[in-house]
Ligand binder design. Structure first.
Ligand code: ADP
Length: 201
């Protein structure tokens, strides 16, 4: 709800349907959720590359990148994480409205926050749980964050001293300890075809 009663929704003649028609695609938000180091950014990047190569108009929303700009005022308290996801959900919804296939890679550890984004995008939200086990993520530790968290230098780190709430009804679950990046991308693209977002890849 807007903060003032004087703010009204301004309708536009050109809507999501007309914008996506011109692109020949059905827009959606592919939402990758999972522990740090589970492979979200790597898969998101490879997925965008694959979709772009077959002529799809995409946009990648990456957690770390957005924290450099739009979300740079936010930290990692439960409240800030919630606001982080709320903003990304709103941006994702605008992108879907623009006719794009948006891909979001965010730890997004809380179920309620992810469900709020799902509610913003009825019938075009694809939740992908990147379910790589903590032990594998910690062994990879691509940013050295698990080491810092274990040493007590980093507080409220998901999987260590902050919870990750596993999705209960994700459209897809991908464990990168048993799948290659390309196999993970194949799975997502196959789902997108089956669900009618793209006709081929
Ligand atoms: P996240 O975005 O979830 O924090 P990243 O994608 O940044 O994770 O890091 C995952 C790390 O795991 C990268 O260094 C990547 O190269 C490595 N990795 C190894 N195997 C895979 C795989 N099958 N899928 C995705 N990432 C993998």
């Amino acid at each position: 709800m807007p903060s003032s009663r004087n703010i009204r929704w301004q309708p536009s003649v050109i809507d999501r349907k007309s914008r996506s028609w011109i692109k020949g695609q059905r827009p959606c938000l592919i939402w990758l959720t999972g522990l740090s180091g589970s492979g979200k950014s790597t898969i998101a990047d490879a997925l965008e590359h694959r979709l772009h190569a077959c002529g799809r108009h995409t946009y990648l929303l990456d957690g770390d990148n957005l924290r450099h700009g739009l979300n740079r005022d936010l930290g990692f308290s439960a409240e800030d994480r919630c606001e982080n996801i709320r903003r990304v959900g709103e941006v994702g919804a605008l992108m879907v409205d623009a006719g794009l296939i948006a891909i979001a890679a965010f730890i997004s550890p809380f179920r309620a926050d992810r469900d709020l984004v799902r509610a913003l995008l009825p019938e075009c939200f694809v939740e992908v749980h990147v379910s790589t086990p903590l032990s594998v993520c910690e062994e990879r530790d691509p940013k050295g964050l698990y080491r810092k968290a274990r040493a007590g230098e980093l507080k409220q780190f998901t999987g260590i001293d902050s919870p990750f709430e596993v999705p209960e009804a994700a459209e897809l679950t991908i464990d990168t300890s048993t799948l290659t990046v390309e196999e993970a991308v194949d799975r997502i693209c196959n789902y997108m075809v089956a669900a009618g977002y793209i006709d081929s890849f």
